[in-house]
Write a new protein. Structure first.
Lengths: 161, 83
C-alpha cells in the first residue's frame, strides 16, 4: 500500500493529491476523497478564522497507527492523509483523506473510519476567533459515537462464529 | 520527566512544557494529575476537572490508571477536536 501522511501549515490541492496517489496505477478501481473545509460559523456564531494547535510527533504517529489499522481491515491500495495546523480562514481546506482500493466498498469504509478517528484521537485542537474573542471548540459527543461504531467487530466476523 | 500541555490546559498552566522531578510515590497518570493540581493556582485551574483531561505517554494515548514508570514524556490535553 502507498501511504502519504503530512502535517503542514500550507493549503493543499485536492486534485494534485489524488493524482499523486493514482499516477501510473492500473490496479486502483476506486478512489474516495474526504475534504474538511473551514466554515464561517461555529454553533451559529460567525467566526473570522480558526487556529489548529497540534502535538506534532504524536499526531503523525497516531495517524500512522490508524492508517495501519485501516489497511489491516480493508484491502487498500493507497492512503493519503494531509492535516493542516495554524490559522485557517473560512473556505480554506483543513484536512484531506484519500483512500484507494480495487472496489468502492473498502475505499468508502476506510475513508469514513479514518475521519472518525482523526476527529477523536488525533491530537489537534481547534480554536475559533469570534467577535467576543477566542474560544476553544468543545469536543462533540456525536464524534465520539461515530468513532465507537468501529470498535464493534465487523459483521462478517460475527457471521463466521 | 518532560511534561507537555496543549490547548486550554497549556493556557491555564501558563507554559507549553517543563521538566519536573516527580516523587517516586506517584505511580499513575491520575495520581500525577492530582499531584500537579497542588503545585499552584494555575495547575489547580488546569486540572480542576481531571475526568475531561486526556493524557499521552511517549506519544501514545493512555488512561488515567496507566503507570508512568519508565515514561520520558507525558502530555496532558483536552478532548481532541481535529479533522
Amino acid at each position: 500500500m502507498t501511504t502519504t501522511i503530512r502535517l503542514q501549515r500550507e493549503a493543499f490541492d485536492v486534485a494534485a493529491e489524488v493524482a499523486a496517489l493514482t499516477r501510473g496505477r492500473i490496479d486502483i478501481g476506486a478512489v474516495v476523497t474526504f475534504t474538511g473545509v473551514c466554515r464561517a460559523d461555529e454553533n451559529g456564531e460567525p467566526i473570522a478564522a480558526l487556529t489548529l494547535e497540534h502535538y506534532p510527533d504524536m499526531a503523525e504517529a497516531e495517524i500512522s497507527r490508524h492508517v495501519e489499522e485501516a489497511n489491516a481491515r480493508w484491502a487498500l491500495l493507497g492512503v493519503t492523509v494531509v492535516h493542516r495546523y495554524g490559522r485557517i480562514a473560512p473556505g480554506e481546506v483543513i484536512v484531506l483523506v484519500v483512500t484507494a482500493s480495487s472496489h468502492r466498498e473498502a475505499a468508502f469504509a476506510a475513508a469514513s473510519f479514518l475521519m472518525d478517528y482523526l476527529k477523536t484521537r488525533a491530537p489537534f485542537w481547534k480554536q475559533v476567533e469570534k467577535a467576543s474573542g477566542k474560544a476553544w471548540v468543545d469536543a462533540k459527543a456525536a464524534d465520539d459515537s461515530a468513532a465507537e461504531r468501529w470498535s464493534a467487530p465487523p459483521p462478517n466476523r460475527n457471521a463466521a462464529k | 520527566m518532560k511534561v507537555r500541555y496543549f490547548a486550554w490546559v497549556r493556557e491555564r498552566v501558563g507554559k507549553a512544557e517543563e521538566d519536573i522531578e516527580i516523587p517516586a510515590a506517584i505511580a499513575t497518570v491520575g495520581e500525577l494529575m492530582t499531584w500537579l493540581s497542588r503545585r499552584g493556582e494555575e495547575y489547580a485551574h488546569a486540572f480542576e476537572n481531571p475526568k475531561v483531561i486526556r493524557a499521552a505517554i511517549d506519544k501514545s494515548h493512555v488512561r488515567a490508571d496507566a503507570s508512568i514508570e519508565g515514561a520520558s514524556e507525558i502530555a496532558f490535553f483536552p478532548p481532541m477536536t481535529g479533522g
